[in-house]
Design a protein around this ligand. Structure first.
Ligand code: HDE
Length: 739
């Protein structure tokens, strides 16, 4: 029997040591030269549910270095003719090492090149066989391994994490009936309605072909030229320009399948569904100025947050749910539910929660796992089916094709991170890098020579995948956008704008102002205003003001005052503080270690990390002012007796020893950190709307930096409590400071 055929269902698997690791290979029958590998009956490696890659993981502890084919070799010096060279062609060790290095890179993803992944587990809340035949949802408590890759879209693999962008949220369920991928985003809608426009969208958004600028940004003419001529982009653009484009953490964002899919029961009854992953941590985002600083100072901000949280045992969680609609509901809500530029408002169809996903293990090797994971909307399991959405239809083709390009052959599904935990039996054969030794010589179907196996499953036999019987297609062949998709691109961006907080509204307008102020073409600017004005005259007028153009007269056809829920970041806010960071600004001499420790404990009880900052690394100090900045923290506390560090105003003449710089107030003179750095951390944190506090009567100090008492500013009156500060962290941002 084929060894993979016994790779068992993920849930509840027993761990078994790989035979190749123990060295206990079965004996070969030397008298039978035709004995096949199958007949040798290898003990079958079974995936361990806690780590489905364990059997493939190489451990180099206390071993000798070998060549790729196993012989021990030294590889630190080339073989050369004589002491001073040259290197000899004979040097197989040199050639193998260098050749392998020369071929280390595979093409980065055409989009979503920058990402971070993690393993985890999905647990079903119940038996949902009344709506789907999907086996991973058919039992309460049933566990299925998952791998998730989060990403940004436009930037290349080395771009900064906090570029303003849509964020990818791709989830693979390694179900016991095959892999199921939801290749989704953190924004529930998409820019276009037909996959044939995807190359146009991406060419417009990516850097200019002549200068390769700008990297990971849409603040350029071609992007807005496309956006303003293709109004299907407006809704997604609004989400991306709002806080969803600059998330605080991958952990603090929701995920969406975007398209409408189908759930199909074993009996063949189908419903339309939309997939949702709702963050148990809650939602949080950065401010734009903050995100820009982070991009310069810590390009790894989001991946670092995810990696560290998981390493610290603070496992991020999402509730997985579906909006369920009848087949007959497709046009009932005033728009087409096949339209990926529309949300189905939760007031109309609430989310049914199906289970919880927990990410609990970091990858062991970035390339092998995160870079080689190859998602596809076409990875579908019995019980789930596609919809007619033309965008989804195109994706089913594109992802398979792009994986062929990235891997260079059809066997990428055999790479450990892509292998299902379910058995594989088919007549696909050969190709570069084939990993299986297929024993069946009748590699075709139908056959009699292998007794018809692998047999054809069906809806009834063998739990085969089947297309929903309710799907019916008629009509003349046509190219063109359906009127049900093109009737209204403007009401839902307005619904989104109406439903976010007034601060978020202003941030959204500011973001559009920032981007459009980079435009050179007067035509593009004019077209942008025309489109914005169809959504809101207020938005168009505010943008026009910055562009030095006249405010347009209202174009009210799509104006309305409706709102919906769960589209704002700050309205719902944080539910858990796990993994947030607080900086305690102190001095080496004034540090009260006992007070710092007790504060650390109080914050840690809610999953918050305390970092003590002082002039130099000393006992009890975690970070120095030479390397700290406000962006490293979600909140700042100034320690008792540290006030001397804040004597000068931000930007005051330097305290540096650099030639030509004036000296500043006594007490702040040092060459240990840039001029005014401690005060800058405090003032930046305030300006980034973070909670700040002084532990011991900090009123005067705050006032000297123009920080007024108010929400999110604690301890001004000398009364500081960790509890109040933690509440402040939950609110996360304090916008009254900008009023
Ligand atoms: Fe993708 N997309 N996409 N996309 N997409 C890719 O596949 C594509 C779309 C999304 O972490 C590529 O493996 C087309 C919507 C994510 O590995 C490529 C269209 C949504 C990821 C591709 C879309 C997405 C990708 C590039 C228009 C949200 C990263 C590398 C029909 C629902 C997955 C790759 C990962 C990646 C094509 C539109 C999400 C080129 C043609 C809509 C999260 O195949």
């Amino acid at each position: 029997m084929h060894s993979l055929s016994l790779l068992l269902a993920a849930a509840g698997l027993v761990s078994a040591q790989c035979p190749y690791m123990t060295g206990e290979l079965p004996k070969r029958d030397a008298t039978n030269p035709h004995e096949s590998l199958e007949e040798r009956q290898f003990p079958v490696p079974q995936p361990d549910a806690a780590n489905i890659l364990r059997e493939y993981t190489l451990n180099d502890t206390d071993v000798y270095l070998t060549s790729d084919v196993g012989g021990p070799i030294p590889d630190q010096n080339s073989l050369q003719a004589g002491e001073r060279g040259p290197t000899l062609l004979e040097d197989f060790i040199f050639r193998q090492k260098i050749t392998h290095f020369d071929h280390e890179r595979v093409p980065e993803r055409a989009v979503h090149a920058r990402g971070a992944g993690a393993h985890g587990v999905f647990e079903s809340y119940g038996d949902f066989s009344n709506i789907t035949g999907a086996s991973f949802l058919n039992k309460p408590g049933k566990k299925t391994p998952v791998f998730v890759r989060f990403s940004t879209v436009a930037g290349s693999r080395g771009s900064a994490d906090t570029a303003r962008d849509v964020h990818g949220f791709a989830t693979r369920f390694y179900t016991d009936e095959g892999n199921f991928d939801i290749v989704g985003n953190n924004i529930p809608v998409f820019f276009i309605q037909d996959a044939i426009l995807f190359p146009d969208l991406i060419h417009a958004v990516k850097p200019s072909p002549d200068s390769e600028m700008p990297q990971a940004a849409t603040a350029h003419d071609s992007a807005w030229d496309f956006f303003s001529q293709q109004p299907s982009t407006l809704h997604t653009l609004f989400w991306a320009m709002a806080q969803h484009g600059i998330v605080r953490s991958f952990r603090q964002m929701d995920g969406f399948g975007v398209h409408t899919f189908r759930f199909v029961t074993d009996a063949g009854e189908s419903k339309l569904v939309k997939f949702h992953f709702t963050s148990v941590q809650g939602k949080a985002s950065l401010l734009w100025e903050e995100a820009q600083q982070v991009a310069g100072q810590n390009a790894d901000f989001l991946r670092e947050d995810l990696f560290n949280a998981i390493a610290a045992g603070r496992f991020p969680e999402w509730e997985f749910g579906v909006q369920v609609m009848d087949e007959s509901d497709a046009l009932k809500f005033g728009f087409d539910v096949m339209d990926p530029t529309k949300i189905v408002p939760e007031e109309l169809v609430p989310i049914t929660k199906l289970g919880k996903m927990t990410l609990n293990r970091n990858p062991t090797n970035y390339f092998a796992e995160t870079e080689q994971v190859m998602f596809q909307p076409g990875h579908l399991v019995r019980g789930i089916d596609f919809s007619e959405d033309p965008l989804l239809q195109g994706r089913i083709f594109s992802y398979l094709d792009t994986q062929l390009n990235r891997h260079g052959g059809p066997n990428f599904e055999q790479i450990p991170i892509n292998r299902p935990v379910a058995p594989i039996h088919n007549n696909n054969r050969d190709g570069a890098g084939q990993m299986f030794v297929h024993a069946n010589t009748a590699a075709y179907s139908p056959n009699t020579l292998n007794s018809g196996a692998p047999k054809q499953p069906s809806q009834q036999a063998g739990r085969g995948f089947f297309t929903s019987p309710a799907r019916e297609v008629t009509g003349k062949l046509t190219r063109g956008v359906s009127p049900s998709l093109s009737a209204d691109y403007w009401s839902q961006p307005r619904l989104f704008f109406n439903s976010i907080t007034k601060e978020e509204q202003q941030f959204l307008i500011n973001a559009i102002r920032f981007e459009t102020a980079h435009l050179k073409s007067a035509t593009v600017k004019k077209n942008v205003l025309t489109q914005l004005n169809k959504i809101s005259n207020e938005i168009a007028s505010q943008v026009a003001e910055v562009l030095g153009m006249p405010a347009p007269a209202p174009d009210p056809k799509f104006y309305h005052t409706r709102t919906t829920k769960n589209v704002s970041v700050f309205k719902t806010g944080l539910k858990k503080l796990d993994g947030l960071k607080v900086g305690l600004l102190s001095t080496v001499s004034g540090l009260d270690k006992a007070a710092a420790d007790s504060l650390r404990k109080e914050l840690a009880a809610q999953g918050v990390d305390l970092t003590v900052v002082a002039e130099i690394l000393a006992d009890g100090v975690d970070m120095t002012y030479s390397s700290a900045d406000a962006i490293a923290f979600d909140g700042i506390i100034v320690a008792d007796k540290a006030a001397s560090l804040f004597a000068s105003r931000t930007g005051a003449p330097g305290n540096s020893t650099m030639p030509g710089m004036k000296r500043q107030a006594p007490g702040a003179m040092t060459s240990l950190y840039p001029p005014g750095r401690p005060a800058k951390i405090l003032v930046d944190a305030y300006n980034f709307a973070k909670p700040i506090a002084g532990m011991g009567g900090s009123g005067t100090m705050f006032r000297s930096h123009s920080i007024a008492a108010g929400p999110g500013v604690y301890g001004v009156d000398g009364r500081f409590t960790a509890g109040a500060f933690l509440e402040g962290l939950k609110q996360f941002k304090f916008f009254d400071r900008f009023n």
